[in-house]
Design a protein around this ligand. Structure first.
Ligand code: F6P
Length: 364
């Protein structure tokens, strides 16, 4: 009997993230070793899909990539083919060039696509699924903010990097009697700050989901001083905001699905605290270090499970879905259901309660 699925395509979009290569490797190995399929990668995210930039993925191409950061397929966090920018008469105009992407998939003889990305990349994945492409999504982001899955790959590594940074900042905090503020990523969700803050023994954790009062943060720091702890560690998510303030935007990136880049709140908090907490303060922005380098063992395993499951879903023809982790089980949910929702920290949830009960301040 003629097999329906003979060739699959893989594309990575959005910011790089630890575990991308592990997903590519697992999907390719499953496709080749278990199902005898051909595998093709599109380079540079959706731009490569538009330009027809393909690369054959065979056992040789994926050899040795499991521990490597980044993506062997490269990526782009711009280039939405449903709203693709062209310069005409000195002005940027946008056109829907998704049909070119569709044609390139069909011309390459690809029966199904694995699209690995966060909300922006998977929004286009959903839109290609609506146009009839057989799509399976894989949830990638250090921010852990995608709906329907308990954990996105890359998050564990980001938390590990931020935790190590906190351990190192403790040294200066203690030696110099300082407040050390660490600004971490996460966009509009506070997952990295919350988990790294708990793991790294922070005294205050400031997240977008719980707007802070700087006086309350200072109260916590002064209270520690009165108990012979004349240093403090504050972790702040880039999307944190004060009760009467706004998130701080560091940059606007045209043509990105979400053009807003956050950043700068760490420096503001350090400067505000220095005025009222009577200790010197310094801010560190951890930035892209959270996304770079080798994935943790947890992320390698999760990425491998996601990549394998994506191919299984293709063979079961369960298209239009994203692979998910529910509890400790692999599952899936419709891309229609996933897109456009942000999975935020629950301010009343068990993790926040645990942090509060061990004395961590959220600046409330
Ligand atoms: O979504 C991942 C992420 O690293 C966010 O945490 C951060 O806000 C954003 O991407 C930074 O994007 P860029 O790489 O464009 O600076």
């Amino acid at each position: 009997m003629d097999k329906k699925i003979k060739k699959i395509g893989i594309l990575t979009g959005g910011g790089d993230c630890p575990g991308l290569n592990a997903v590519i490797r697992a999907a390719t190995r499953t496709a080749i070793l278990k199902y005898g399929l051909e595998v093709v990668g599109f380079k540079n995210g959706y731009r490569g899909l538009y330009l027809g930039q393909t690369v054959k993925l065979d056992m040789e191409a994926i050899s040795g990539i499991l521990p490597k950061g980044g993506t062997i397929l490269y990526s782009s966090n711009k280039d939405n083919l449903f709203k693709y920018p062209f310069i005409e008469d000195g002005k940027t105009v946008y056109r829907d060039v998704s049909d070119v992407g569709m044609k390139n998939i069909q011309d390459a003889g690809i029966d199904a696509m694995i699209i690995i990305g966060g909300d922006g990349t998977l929004t286009s994945g959903r839109d290609f699924a609506r146009k009839g492409i057989n799509v399976i999504g894989v949830p990638k982001t250090i921010d852990n903010d995608l709906a329907s899955t308990d954990v996105t790959f890359g998050f564990d590594t980001a938390v590990a990097v931020a935790t190590e940074a906190l351990d190192r900042l403790h040294t200066t905090a203690e030696s110099h009697h300082r407040i050390m503020v660490l600004e971490v990523m996460g966009r509009y969700a506070g997952w990295i700050a919350l988990e790294a803050g708990i793991a790294g023994g922070a005294d205050a954790i400031l997240i977008p989901e719980i707007p802070y009062d700087i006086e309350k943060v200072a109260e916590k720091i002064n209270d520690r001083r009165h108990h012979d702890k004349d240093f403090s560690i504050v972790v702040v998510a880039e999307g944190a905001k004060s009760k009467d303030g706004e998130m701080i935007v560091s940059k606007v990136v045209e043509n990105s699905p979400d053009p807003i880049r956050l950043g700068g709140i760490g420096a503001k908090i350090a400067s505000d605290l220095e005025k009222i907490a009577e200790l010197e303060a310094r801010a560190t922005i951890l930035g892209h270090l959270q996304r770079g380098g080798t994935p943790t063992a947890y992320d390698r395993i999760l990425s491998t499970r996601y990549g394998m499951k994506a191919v299984e879903l293709i063979m079961e023809e369960k298209f239009g879905n994203m692979v998910t982790l529910k509890g400790n089980d692999m599952a899936y949910d419709s891309l229609e259901n996933v897109i456009g929702k942000i999975k935020n920290v629950n301010p009343q949830g068990e993790l926040v309660t645990t942090a509060k009960n061990i004395g961590i301040s959220f600046g409330e």
